[in-house]
Design a protein around this ligand. Structure first.
Ligand code: TYD
Length: 204
């Protein structure tokens, strides 16, 4: 069972991920919790390159690096965990590349899908929770965070395109569930748990 969280900056993915992990642990499961870009030593080194502000980088290079990190994460951690029957929770996955490098940066989406297909060897999430938030709310929540990374310095139009892209993707498939990210963290966790809980097998 593979669950991914998606959404723009400040949508509360990390808090929700921790909450879901704790709920799964409370019913006797040991989920693998991870994030992108990163999640492996190689991926973390790539993450530094991607988020550090002083690297020049074309959108295509950004897409390759995101998928390099992803390929390592899928092979080294996600596939083995799923093969062992564990639940995997990931803060972002391939849909982020379509949303940010496709809708956001304007790269060709069919080309990006092929790149993601190569990186993931076709592994798709069973459930994707989209934490939907407006740019205004995202900016307000990020106001007190200190250093902005390369993405956080993008303008309102960029994030509106990314948000729109996510909402378009969410119309396309049954694995998608759109959650209102302006809800209080507890309410958000309840909504997410209602979706995840019936889908996990507890053998105990
Ligand atoms: P991070 O600090 O993890 O942001 P967040 O807390 O919002 O998840 O930074 C990850 C950044 O990388 C985020 O701005 C989204 C971007 N990103 C892409 O552009 N494409 C991708 O494929 C992935 C995985 C992330």
């Amino acid at each position: 069972m593979f669950v991914t969280l998606e959404g723009i900056e400040g949508s509360g993915k990390s808090t929700l991920l921790q909450g879901l992990a704790a709920r799964l642990e409370s019913i006797g499961l040991a989920p693998l919790v991870t994030r992108e870009p990163g999640g492996t030593r190689t991926g973390d080194a790539v993450r530094e390159l991607l988020l550090g502000s002083d690297h020049e980088m074309t959108p295509l290079v950004e897409a390759f690096l995101m998928n390099a990190s992803r390929a390592q994460l899928v092979a080294q951690r996600i596939q083995p965990a799923l093969a062992a029957g564990r639940v995997v929770l990931s803060d972002r996955y391939a849909d982020s590349s379509i949303a940010y490098q496709g809708y956001g940066r304007g790269l060709d989406i069919p080309m990006l899908r092929l790149l993601c297909l190569a990186a993931t060897t076709g592994l798709e999430p069973n459930v994707t929770l989209l934490l939907d938030l407006s740019f205004e709310d995202s900016r307000a929540r990020r106001a007190d965070r200190s250093a902005a990374d390369r993405f956080e310095r993008e303008d309102a139009e960029f994030f509106e395109r990314v948000r729109h892209g996510y909402l378009e993707m969410a119309k396309s498939g049954r694995r998608w569930h759109v959650l209102d990210a302006t809800q209080a963290p507890d309410a958000l966790l309840e909504s997410a748990w209602e979706i995840v809980r019936p889908r996990v097998n507890v053998h105990a």
